[in-house]
Design a binder for this molecule. Sequence first.
Ligand SMILES: Cc1cc2nc3c(=O)[nH]c(=O)nc-3n(C[C@H](O)[C@H](O)[C@H](O)COP(=O)(O)O)c2cc1C
Length: 187
Amino acid sequence: MTKTYNVAVVVGSIRKDSVNRKVANALIEIAPSELKLKLIDISQLELFNQDLEETPPTSWVEFKKGIKAADAVLFVTPEHNRSFPAALKNALDIGSRPYGQNVWSGKPAAVISASPGPIGGFGANHHLRQCLVTINVSTMPTPETYIGGAYNLFDETGKLINEGTQKHLEKFAQSFLTWIQKNATSL
Ligand SMILES: Cc1cc2nc3c(=O)[nH]c(=O)nc-3n(C[C@H](O)[C@H](O)[C@H](O)COP(=O)(O)O)c2cc1C
């Protein structure tokens, strides 16, 4: 029987019409059947405060459960002022604590960034990779995926209509499957 992998998809944008969520949804459609991708919402997470670690809010508990249950994580992020958004940093911090109970640890991951601008969120993509090192996440190096001009890649229903991007995401998804097969340690 073919082995399947549960992948938590964490989108760094919490806005309704997020182009990054459109990218995530396109990838969910494209991904090989071995990857079971599920969006994990970060919009309702209370702001991280170390004082709350002993009696964490329900939103933190549920979020950590969702990440813990996943075999791997896919991050799809916008760029805010050349870094990734505060909402995503909040989610990373919540998942990483209390000390010794880091739910990200050991999971294979991959990063996509998307922006209407020409650089495709390169700064956000690499700032995120830097933080993933310290929480012990093995991030797939290539194919690097910085999606520029992202507002022009989707129709009004949110469907991906750019063939080049579609092909790249297919290659990305196949590579991510291979990366997970090589690096999933908790299986
Ligand atoms: C606070 C803020 C900072 C931004 N900084 C950048 C930036 O550094 N680079 C960039 O390419 N776009 C930047 N943008 C534009 C975003 O790429 C754009 O709003 C994009 O649609 C966000 O992704 P989303 O649609 O998934 O929310 C910024 C937007 C905001 C609100």
